[in-house]
Design a binder for this molecule. Structure first.
Ligand SMILES: NC(=O)C1=CN([C@@H]2O[C@H](COP(=O)(O)OP(=O)(O)OC[C@H]3O[C@@H](n4cnc5c(N)ncnc54)[C@H](O)[C@@H]3O)[C@@H](O)[C@H]2O)C=CC1
Ligand SMILES: CC(=O)C(=O)O
Ligand SMILES: [Mg+2]
Length: 366
């Protein structure tokens, strides 16, 4: 198979979909790999590293898409890439379709095979290709939240750890999944008081077992959320309904109940966000303020730490890339139920029902 690795063009996205180790593995399996010139530079991998591993370097993104049976990348194609995606081409990447009708329509029109990292699902319900980036984003959420709590950037002016004689900051984490647990762990490490909410009692029991006593679990419902937003300085949005639009747990009217200068880091922005006032931002311009509440809603947080993120991502994607290249998508998905769950749009048809539900599409419109 011919496999192509384009350079990411989303704002400040310095990850790359394949490292030289991945190229080496594919070439060993008799595949041909084209890498766009400079694609890996932001992650510390240069053209000569890819060439040594057996890749062929192409100058432009158009050349990479035109020649490849399978595109392996990181983020969803953005508008200028839509027209590059080929009929019958496998595109293996994060898509987050439920948050973008335009992207969904474009990929339907392309007649490509869109396999979304974020919905590849193991038998126990875990998401092996989302987990490492959620680990990164969960940890980063506290770094970013702590920064935007500072007064010069319009935050409340609270030091999360407090100091002797002064109470620590308070962090409310919505969702006790991968993002939530990593965020709670970082916040607890800084000495903040942490409240973590989920609807899944198994997750809350687990958090209760592993976290120190200043991490408090509570069941997630509107009553508890309304109660806690009044007393917390930093809120982390980490809820996920697989493949679906995230539920709005904090509505616009609730912002007025929060402290002026409180910060929301809505990590779930890529699935539409769990806060009504969430809209995607970029690393270049990461925050905006509504009703005195600072919103940080960067949809590709791990893109800012590519040295860590590219390795963490490609460690888990490579075995699937090799399987897809060796067997083709049909046979690979027939023999691997986890991978089959990644199929979102196939040759013009949406095959993941949460996507059509997100847009209230009738089946005949799809
Ligand atoms: N912005 C970014 O750069 C990144 C965003 N993400 C996103 O972060 C989100 C969370 O991802 P993960 O932690 O991996 O998901 P996960 O599946 O591990 O955890 C989600 C948790 O939300 C809980 N939940 C569902 N409904 C809830 C409710 N009403 N109240 C409270 N909790 C609820 C679930 O029970 C689950 O424990 C996803 O949308 C993911 O795509 C992940 C990585 C990077
Ligand atoms: C998961 C995701 O959206 C990211 O890593 O950018
Ligand atoms: Mg207010």
């Amino acid at each position: 198979m011919v496999v192509g690795v384009p350079k990411e063009i989303k704002n400040n996205e310095s990850r790359v979909g394949m490292t030289p180790a991945g190229v080496f593995e594919l070439v060993k399996n008799n595949h041909t790999v084209y890498v766009q010139s400079g694609a890996g530079e932001g992650s510390g991998f240069f053209n000569q590293d890819y060439q040594k591993a057996g890749a062929i370097i192409l100058d432009t993104i158009g050349q990479v898409y035109a020649i490849s049976d399978m595109i392996v990348k990181v983020k969803e194609p953005i508008a200028e890439e839509y027209k590059l995606v080929q009929k019958g081409q496998i595109v293996f990447t994060y898509f987050h379709f439920a948050s973008s009708e335009a992207l969904t329509r474009a990929m339907i029109d392309s007649k490509a095979i869109c396999i979304a990292y974020e919905t590849v699902e193991d038998e126990d319900g875990t998401l092996p290709l989302l987990t490492p980036m959620s680990e990164v984003a969960g940890r980063m959420a506290i770094q970013q939240g702590a920064k935007y709590l500072e007064k010069p950037v319009k935050g409340r002016g609270v030091l999360l750890g407090g100091v002797p004689g002064v109470a620590p900051g308070r962090v409310l984490v919505l969702g006790a999944g991968t993002v939530g647990i990593q965020a709670a762990k970082m916040a607890a490490g800084l000495g903040a008081h942490v409240t973590i909410l989920d609807v899944n009692m198994k997750r809350l029991r687990y958090v209760n077992d592993i976290m120190p006593n200043h991490v408090v679990t509570e069941f997630s419902n509107e009553f508890n959320i309304r109660k806690h937003i009044k007393t917390h300085d930093l809120i982390i949005g980490g809820v996920l309904l697989k493949g679906a639009k995230a539920p709005n747990l904090i509505t616009k009217d609730m912002l007025k109940e929060m402290h002026p200068g409180a910060v929301i880091v809505d990590v779930a922005v890529d699935q539409g966000g769990c806060v009504e006032t969430t809209k995607p931002t970029t690393h270049e311009d990461p925050i905006y303020i509504i009703d005195d509440v600072v919103h940080y809603c960067v949809a590709n947080m791990p893109g800012a730490v590519p040295y860590t993120s590219t390795m963490a991502l490609t460690n888990v994607t490579l075995p699937y890339v090799v399987k897809l290249a060796n067997k083709g998508w049909q046979s690979a998905c027939n023999s691997d139920k986890s991978l089959a769950k990644g199929l979102n749009i196939v040759e013009g048809e949406v095959v993941y029902k949460e996507i059509t539900e997100a847009f209230n599409w009738e089946p005949e419109l799809v």
